[in-house]
Design a protein around this ligand. Structure first.
Ligand code: UDP
Ligand code: MG
Length: 320
């Protein structure tokens, strides 16, 4: 199997049939062996019935029906698990992405990139509730993850199988797949893609997504930079806070002992105590993190590196 197109569907009854027709039209020109993995994410409309009918007509469809609505990230993750293609393309099920762009993404992978990410340079969504927050989020994600993309939120992306295989998704993390995969040392290309307004069905998101994305960003930053050495980040700030608290407390103690300066009623004293506490807590959290990290890696025999190639030795463990 050359290519799997993975599409999460939540209440997309009005779009699915047209979507599949577009997918067929776009992929049949490409001369590849492909499948379309449609994941019904617990829809409450007739999405599943449409899917059942289409799947009976076209054996290239793999239909997965989740038991309830688990969210887009989980639906995509299920799609990855049931897909078999050497390349996996993810796409929205609401016709906002254009299946004809898949060819452009594949061309980038053929150039040697591991991920080709779509960029909705002319995005057709509301400005205030969608495009503006998205632009701010994209800037912040670039800055923090050091993976430079214009548009993390675009679902239309292509991945080599190795990338998908080594990634576990939680929360709202699908937009962070390139950032998470950057840990493996993947190469990422960006491809401008067509974006169309949603014509049928409703968008499942609004401004309420912002805090969830922010929290996931913190997790991703931690995973990328500190997961194998938590004491380094927590301990650094713990030491700084503890040292500042200690010096401050020392100052007030000396003032009290040798100059009879009263300690009561001084905000600085409270600050010193607070800093000492914070310091002890941060260092303790760092140590707990170190224990957790060992459990995470050692119980699952996970390597803390990824290998590209090995010479003069059979391929052993490693991630690729
Ligand atoms: N989706 C899903 N489960 C959910 C929410 C959304 O599978 O809980 C799917 C939805 O059917 C669509 C894609 O995720 O195919 C993107 O959703 P939507 O178009 O609502 O997001 P937007 O384009 O407005 O960001
Ligand atoms: Mg959409």
């Amino acid at each position: 199997m050359d290519l799997s197109v993975v599409v999460p569907l939540y209440n997309e009854e009005a779009n699915l049939e047209a979507l599949h027709a577009e997918v067929v039209a776009a992929l049949d020109q490409l001369n590849l062996e492909w499948e379309a993995v449609y994941v019904d994410d617990g829809s409450s409309d007739s999405t599943y019935q449409v899917l059942e009918r289409l799947a009976a007509q076209d054996k290239r469809i793999v239909g997965v029906r989740l038991r309830k609505n688990f969210g887009q990230t989980a639906a995509m993750s299920a799609g990855f698990d049931y897909s078999q293609g050497k390349v996996v393309v993810t796409m929205d099920g609401d016709l906002q992405n254009d299946p004809r762009d898949i060819a452009k993404l594949l061309a980038k992978l053929n150039e040697g990139f591991d991920i080709a990410a779509g960029w909705r340079f002319d995005r057709q969504d509301a400005f205030l509730s969608r495009k503006l927050p998205s632009r701010l989020a994209n800037g912040l994600i670039s800055l923090i993850t050091k993976v430079k993309l214009h548009d993390y939120g675009c679902t239309l992306k292509a991945f080599r199988r190795e990338v998908v295989r080594n990634i576990r998704l939680y929360g709202e993390m699908h937009r962070f797949i390139p950032a998470i995969a950057s840990w493996m040392g993947v190469s990422i290309a960006e491809v401008p893609v067509n974006h169309r307004p949603r014509r049928a069905g409703k968008s499942k998101y609004g401004i309420g997504r912002t805090p969830r994305v922010l929290l996931d960003l913190i997790t991703v930053k931690f995973l990328l930079s500190y997961v194998t050495r938590p004491i380094q980040i927590f301990g650094k700030w713990g030491l700084a806070a503890g040292a500042a608290g200690f010096l401050l407390a020392l100052y007030y103690t000396v003032m009290r002992l040798f100059w009879a300066e009263p300690m009561w009623g001084k905000p600085g004293v409270i600050l010193a105590v607070l800093l000492l506490f914070v310091g002890v807590q941060l260092i303790s959290i760092g140590l707990l993190g170190e224990m957790q990290m060992r459990i995470y890696y050692e119980t699952q025999n996970k390597p803390i590196y990824t290998v590209r190639q090995v010479l003069n030795r059979e391929e052993g463990r490693g991630c690729s």
